[in-house]
Each structure stands twice: as C-alpha cells, then as structure tokens.
Design a protein around this ligand. Structure first.
Ligand code: DQA
Length: 142
C-alpha cells in the first residue's frame, strides 16, 4: 500500500494545550485520527511520527519508504540545516506544513530553511493545514 509519512517536530505533542490562541484546541491525536480516516477512505497508508529531537527526524526521513512526506518541523523549520539536507537527499517529495501563519508572526519565524527543498508549503490553517497537505499529497501521487 502506498504510504504517506507525517512528521511532527518539537513541541507539537503539546498542541491542544500549548498556546491555544496560536495553535488551536485540536490535539495531535485528533489530527492523526483525521489523517488516518482520510487515508483509509483513499486506500492509502498513513504513518505518523512525533519527535522533539532533530536527529530522530533526520533518521526518519532517511529511513522511510513513504511515497510522500508531510513535515511540520516546528521551530527546527527556522534553523535546521540537518533536516533541510535530509529532505534534499531523500527521494520522497516533502510538503511543509504549519498550523500558524509563520509570516504573520515574529521575524525569526519568517525564514524557513526547509521551504527551498520542499515541494511546497501550507501554513496558517490550523489543523486544516495537515488535511490540505494530505490533499496535495494525493495529487502528487495521482
Ligand atoms: C509551527 C511554527 C513554528 O514557528 C513553531 O516553532 C512551532 C509550530 C506551526 O505549526 O505553526 O513549533 O511549526
């Protein structure tokens, strides 16, 4: 079965409880369930992975056999050259997602070092950012 891998970076395990005004009340478990339902309806496999550790995310990108990766690198978006290089080296296209509109926030969030090596970026739609990315992944696969 064709697989989509969804990677959630640092602190995303806390959403639903963390800065609810910025990230919304939806939990990561809710998002993962929503993605699993969409995958089941589409006949696709979805694997979800959360880590607070840069190296674990690099390992996951290197090891996966997924056809497409949906990646929310959290704060690592703004400075992780290691994740950028893993994305550039990997064979699977990567869709970058953010719950918040990073361009409407602090200046340090306006730069994504991942965006230049991603297929595209979806930001600012809350939990829907992931579902829009899932739709984009289906388009890439079809
Ligand atoms: C985030 C945006 C990042 O700037 C922040 O560090 C996060 C979450 C988002 O989904 O909006 O942890 O990636």
């Amino acid at each position: 079965m064709t697989k989509i891998l969804v990677i959630h970076g640092p602190n995303l395990n806390l959403i639903g409880d963390r800065e609810v005004d910025v990230y919304g009340a939806t939990t990561l478990a809710d998002i993962n369930t929503g993605l699993a339902k969409r995958a089941a309806a589409a006949g696709l496999e979805v694997e979800t992975f959360q880590s607070n550790h840069e190296g674990e995310i690099v390992d996951m990108i290197q090891r996966t056999d997924a056809a497409v990766i949906i990646l929310n690198p959290g704060a690592l978006t703004h400075y992780s050259i290691a994740i950028r290089d893993a994305v550039a080296a990997g064979k699977a296209p990567v869709i970058e997602v953010h719950l918040s509109n990073i361009y409407a926030r602090e200046d340090f969030r306006h730069t994504s070092v991942i965006a230049p090596v991603a297929v595209g970026q979806i930001a600012g739609f809350g939990s829907s950012s992931y579902y829009l990315a899932f739709g984009a992944a289906q388009d890439i696969l079809s």
